[in-house]
Design a protein around this ligand. Sequence first.
Ligand SMILES: Cc1ncc(COP(=O)(O)O)c(C=O)c1O
Length: 455
Amino acid sequence: MPVPLHGGSTVTGINFDNAASTPPLARVRDMVNRFSDLYSSVHRGTGYKSRLSTEAYEDAREMVSGFLGVDEKSQVVIFVKGTTDALNRIAAEEARLDGRQVLVTEMEHHADLLPWRHRSGHVMVGLSRDGHIDLEAIEYALKNADGRISLVAVCGASNVTGFVSPIHEVAELAHRFGARVSVDAAQLAPHHRIEVRPAGDPGHLDFVSLSGHKMYAPYGAGVLVAPRDFFSGAPEVMGGGAIDIVTWDDTVWTDLPDREEAGSPNVIGAVALGVAIETMLELGFDAMLDDELTIGRRLLAGLSGISGVSVLGGVEPRDPGGRLALASFVVEGLHHGLVAAALSHEWGIAVRHGCFCANPYVFHLLHMSRDDVEAVEGEVTAGRRKALPGAVRASLAPYNTEAEVDRFLEAVRQIARGRIKSTYEQAADGTYAPSGGWPRIPSPLHAMVKREARA
Ligand SMILES: Cc1ncc(COP(=O)(O)O)c(C=O)c1O
């Protein structure tokens, strides 16, 4: 897609922000277009379209279940809005368990940290210096908790370093100490085949959460896999479809999964996610991962060769499959926001910058002390958000190419040498924009609505 550049020219844009959201697969987009003509409300309608939509919705559930290897006797697949929604649902239930806590790692995205902190209570466990999961620290924390830990929450892969977590080893430890394990698979699911494994397997996964918009189905659906016996009493979200009967005084909740899917579900989103999963299975996760890792290694090797650039967590993966094709880095002497603005405005390259909704992990990777963090907290609390440190993240997907990686590396090389063509100004929130503002982007929505109105 052509994107406007500094100086008024345009260039074919590069999207290295796939960890945030991925574009739809062509087949998913086609399916959504076709299904839009067929779509209607699910479950309760007797009309043809309602029955067809119900079939498609339940097919999508089956696809998710088959993809993850869900043990349907003991587990349930619930369609939710996304990973954040899924993790908050678990935390809401966990909060009902008096005096029990959730063990989280320092690596977690805020979606896998704040719900525990503010609802159920948490214990946070440290990482190795270079930011890997520390199994010994998890074991130590579980041993010393005297059975108070009911859940261990861990990400399947980090959105900051791309490190892939040893989820089955973490699950074994959790189970050994009588806890369950919840995997935030937002970043893992688009890249690796996840196996929930049967309940009898010590390394099985009790909860898995994921988001469709990160796995080529950006239509607003996500998934929560949970043990059937986890949900008790009233659901967190209440409304139509979740009940068997409501009288003037009583409510009888219905069976799972409907009990946890109150309201009209996002049928199109669920169907899109099902098609995305089936398409990825057809393409083959191993083949996709091979392509991705080839360009990922090129990215890491290239960044490590640029003077003044440091990659968070280092560039050496512990094992070849142990890292996604993703790198967060800092450029000596340059604010992360400035680097990201220059990449966009002068090179047409989309990246993410900041702390990637994983403040504690980024502070850890930047080797900040508690005093450093307290000082930053003071500044931010006083409204000076510029003080927040951060990094720049490039996250790749199989559709990215070596040529794109090379252009990106050239851009970073030039920027690190101080060859920034435009001038930029920093806003109070810390972000940078070209002096005089970003070139105006006309909203495609307005253009479309006007065109429709004229037609
Ligand atoms: C590791 C991780 N967990 C959770 C989330 C939250 O996902 P969502 O915004 O789709 O709810 C993200 C999003 O970036 C993520 O990277």
